[in-house]
Ligand binder design. Structure first.
Ligand code: ZN
Ligand code: FE
Ligand code: FE
Length: 278
């Protein structure tokens, strides 16, 4: 491992969420080969009861902790942090606080997949709601929950900001009207956000968030991470050349990482630190 690398990837899933492949040891192996200096696991958070079919069961939480511990043992040279990608659902904030007490977490990610009406904005089964519905209304519903998510102060950073563009549907006009209140919330709560490269692999073919969001966030001094949202070990660091270039173009010079929910800044990595793997 190159000790000068500042490459980190803090949004990695595991098979415990039932739609990802590869255990933490396998992600860690790929990460070391690709020149990463730190990883963070953030699988979909358990709920108290069976809630949907794409998150870990509460009973599997010990297995999650053990799997990450196993990767730490096998790759002692690679710091591996542990967190959760938590669904922010209005009215269920207390559950996130309860989860926070269940383990020695390094970070919590706040995500909005569910709109208040109870449907997942990124689930292919609901694509018709964009095709036949009011895209601007969906966007404003989403961003108002996203702002509440940030203002809950339950999270160290928030995930994939403009997720509702996933299927390629965007409202008309200047989209900064959606970004501005959210960036104000990030500033006021001192919360970070991620560039999530998974958008490059979806119909929208674009990083989450759009460049306009990045520029506003940088101008406001909001801390940044660059993450793959890998659901397979081969996706560790996927799209990072694009992610780093977008961050640089927006004027970012630093990224952040977390340990025991304390934030540290380090230099924005350069794409030349990424090693290609045969
Ligand atoms: Zn997932
Ligand atoms: Fe997500
Ligand atoms: Fe994710």
């Amino acid at each position: 491992m190159d000790s000068t690398s500042t490459l980190t990837d803090y949004h990695l899933h595991t098979p415990l969420c039932h739609h990802a492949n590869g255990w933490p040891v396998e992600y860690a192996r790929v990460a070391v080969e690709k020149g990463f200096s730190e990883l963070g696991f953030a699988d979909h958070n358990p709920m108290r009861e069976q809630f949907d079919d794409w998150r870990m069961a509460l009973d599997d939480l010990p297995r999650y902790l053990e799997a990450v511990e196993e990767a730490r043992k096998q790759f002692p040279q690679l710091p591996i942090r542990i967190g959760l990608e938590c669904d922010f659902i209005l009215g269920r904030e207390e559950w996130i606080e309860e989860l926070a007490r269940m383990a020695d977490w390094d970070f919590f990610i706040g995500s909005v997949h569910y709109l208040p009406e109870g449907w997942e904005v990124d689930h292919p089964k609901y694509v018709g709601r964009f095709r036949d519905g009011d895209v601007a209304q969906i966007w404003s519903d989403y961003w108002s929950v996203y702002e509440r998510c940030i203002r809950s102060r339950l999270f160290d950073f928030v995930a994939h900001p403009d997720l509702p563009k996933k299927f390629g549907f965007r409202p008309e006009g200047d989209l900064r009207r959606y970004y501005e209140p959210v960036i104000a919330a990030l500033v006021e709560t001192d919360t970070a956000f991620e560039i999530n490269t998974a958008g490059l692999r979806k119909d929208c073919r674009e990083l989450y968030p759009a460049q306009g969001f990045l520029e506003l966030a940088q101008a406001s001094g909001v801390p940044l991470l660059i993450n793959s949202d890998a659901h397979d070990p081969s996706e560790v660091g996927a799209g990072f050349a694009e992610g780093i270039a977008a961050a640089k173009a927006a004027g970012f010079t630093q990224i952040v990482r977390f340990e025991k929910r304390r934030r540290k800044a380090l230099a924005l990595p350069s794409a030349s630190e990424l090693k290609s793997v045969s």
